[in-house]
Write a protein that binds this ligand. Structure first.
Ligand code: SF4
Length: 342
């Protein structure tokens, strides 16, 4: 793993994840100052940050190499002027999700599974996020409406007995409080045909303090078979706290899978991907998907040609055991499954 300098940052109590989130860095000038980067990067970030605000937890910032404007973690979170450049083929809703929802918080993309947009909030704002525009759009509305929108989604779920698995997504579902999660779980448990719960989250990576004993009790106490899918893109994102957070799930018998987005300047090289998948195998994480970037407006500079991705996966296959090689996929709006690229 890369050797990161420690950074003189304030440190909320280790187990107080809400304090960690509240203490996040929102000002590009502060981030650049802490990372010993020139003020020109902060100035260049101002306009794109006005479009889609910057949000970086300090626990994540500590893993960014100082004085390196090309750091792969920094590239994922610092707004850049390229985000404002128009790019043909890139749109605000690349997966057509606004039209796929039977109600604002419920998506039915694939047979037998439904996806609940549990919250519009995240602990980090990934610059390449395919929901970066939807997260601010009217159908997510203010969090004040969340309770009634979620109730509507759950009513629809209860009325559709073809759904065996619910995927909690967002935003980040682990950004919900334990009380909110408990309420959501109780409601899903009361629907007899729902058997499995899948939680898609970046929290174990960006704010590993979120994986508390209370959260584990909640997840271990549900009758729903629970799977956690962590979004992780680079080996330097995995430090000791992340290892412990993932270990808590695995030790509790909750399977953990990984998903990664192939990103130019972040992980589009065999060294980064090879080390990432070695580490995930060490952590007993089931390697799941390597995603081709969804073509969201503002993220064109992150796109890696598919032919490059196919070669990278072929090289991973030469180096790693089969169980540590991801399925390289892309999502096509309206398709009944993801398209396998390699
Ligand atoms: S954590 Fe996930 S939903 Fe939130 S900004 Fe990042 S990619 Fe998007």
């Amino acid at each position: 793993m890369l050797n990161r300098d420690s950074m003189p940052l304030s440190s909320p109590r280790a187990d107080d994840w809400l304090a960690h989130c509240a203490d996040s860095i929102t000002d590009p000038a502060e981030l650049c100052r802490l990372l010993r980067l020139g003020p020109e990067l902060a100035q260049a970030a101002e306009q794109p940050a006005a479009e889609y605000p910057m949000l970086v937890p300090r626990a994540y910032a500590q893993r960014i190499q100082r004085a390196d404007p090309d750091d792969p973690l920094l590239r994922q979170v610092l707004p850049r002027p390229e985000e404002l450049a128009p790019a043909p083929g890139f749109s605000a809703d690349p997966l057509g999700e606004a039209a796929a929802g039977s109600c604002p918080r419920l998506l039915r993309k694939y047979y037998g599974r439904s996806l609940i947009l549990a919250t519009s909030a995240c602990a980090v704002h990934c610059r390449f996020c395919f929901r970066r525009h939807l997260l601010r759009a009217a159908n997510y509305r203010a969090e004040g409406d969340a309770a009634s929108l979620l109730a509507e989604a759950l009513d629809r779920l209860a009325a559709d007995n073809s759904v065996a698995e619910v995927i909690l997504s967002g935003g980040d579902p682990l950004f919900l409080s334990d009380a909110q999660l408990a309420e959501l779980l109780a409601r899903m448990e009361s629907i007899p045909h729902v058997r499995r719960l899948r939680i898609h989250s970046r929290m174990p990576i960006v704010v590993p303090q979120r994986i508390t004993g209370e959260l584990m009790e909640l997840l271990q106490g549900t009758r729903l078979r629970t799977i956690v899918v962590v979004h992780v893109n680079h080996p330097a994102e995995i430090d000791g706290a992340v290892e412990r957070a993932i270990g808590r799930f695995v030790d509790a018998g909750i399977p953990v899978l990984s998903q990664t987005v192939l990103l130019r300047g972040v992980n589009d090289n065999i060294e980064a991907l090879g080390e990432l998948y070695e580490l995930l195998a060490d952590l007993r994480v089931g390697v799941y998907y390597l995603h081709q970037l969804d073509r969201v407006a503002g993220a064109a500079h992150f796109e890696v040609p598919i032919q490059v991705g196919i070669k990278l996966v072929a090289e991973l296959r030469n180096r790693l055991p089969g169980y540590a090689v991801p399925r390289y996929v892309r999502e096509i709006p309206g398709a009944t499954s993801k398209q396998l690229l390699a």
